[in-house]
Write a protein that binds this ligand. Structure first.
Ligand code: 13P
Length: 268
């Protein structure tokens, strides 16, 4: 079984990698891991009643390890007890117990916790047997820059734009990224959009804001997907900025990659 220590280590490495990618400036970004089995919570000895910001009966009995609002993702590795809480969800899916450490540096979980809970609950309800599910919100610069270009505020157009530079991108992100038009941070609209688009895509791009990525394989695997998408966005930005006059992979080259790797994609 994955232990809490393993999860905290991965969250710490994920936060550092996002920082290296310039995808979590200052207090931007948040992460959570939902666990079917309650872990040992001795790192978080304080407990308080907590009303969840979304109603999630599918998560009854689950524990969600989550970053505190206003914490820096780059600090999670060195100070997990200061940056994280463990939220144990009651049977009604409305109430919970919030476990934390005396050294915690935040008042409440991330302001995007409604989206985290909504997506975890939707994935758990649709996929019986899932024991762990990770979500990361980050703000990668080139993906966000491209999301300001009106013609790219479209899932197919954006996905083709970022998957046309390297074979890896399409192999790793066969569905590309789902694109959500701008929605106010923390809003019900953003939560509902995340729930819907993360059914069909592993990454959803929140226009003019950032991304949310989901993974069954833990925080580092989630961040790998961000890295693939952001690299594709970097090439596209470079080309559009006038620095390059790149052709990108041709239709024949893309078809050859799809055939060679058996990529299941509806993008091409
Ligand atoms: P929190 O610090 O509340 O997680 O907010 C950061 C963020 O990126 C909101 O979109």
């Amino acid at each position: 079984m994955t232990t809490l220590a393993d999860i905290l280590t991965e969250l710490g490495k994920a936060g550092r990698r996002l920082d290296q990618l310039h995808a979590c400036e200052a207090q931007a970004g948040n992460m959570s891991v939902a666990l079917a089995q309650a872990p040992d919570l001795s790192l978080f000895p304080d407990a308080e009643d907590y009303v969840l910001p979304a109603v999630v009966p599918a998560l009854a009995g689950w524990t969600v390890i989550v970053t505190g609002s206003g914490t820096r993702l780059r600090d999670v590795a060195d100070e997990p007890a200061a940056c994280l809480a463990a939220v144990q969800i009651d049977d009604d899916g409305v109430h919970a117990v919030l476990h934390s450490a005396p050294t915690r540096s935040f008042a409440r979980p991330t302001s995007e916790f409604n989206s985290h809970l909504g997506v975890h609950a939707d994935q758990v309800a649709r996929r019986p047997g899932l024991g762990m599910h990770t979500l990361v919100h980050a703000q990668p610069r080139y993906l966000v820059a491209l999301s300001h270009i009106p013609e790219l505020v479209d899932t197919t157009a954006m996905s083709r734009a970022i998957t046309r530079w390297e074979p890896e991108t399409l192999i790793q992100l066969p569905d590309g990224v789902g694109v959500l038009p701008f929605a106010v941070p923390g809003s019900r609209e953003l939560m509902d959009g995340n729930v819907a688009l993360l059914r069909t895509h592993q990454i959803v791009l929140w226009c003019k804001h950032g991304i949310m990525v989901r993974s069954d394989d833990g925080p580092l695997s989630a961040v790998d997907k961000v890295e693939y998408a952001e690299t594709g966005a970097t090439y596209e930005y470079w080309n559009r900025s006038g620095a390059g006059s790149g052709q990108g992979l041709t239709p024949d080259e893309i078809r050859a990659v799809i055939a060679a790797f058996g990529v299941q994609t509806s993008l091409y």
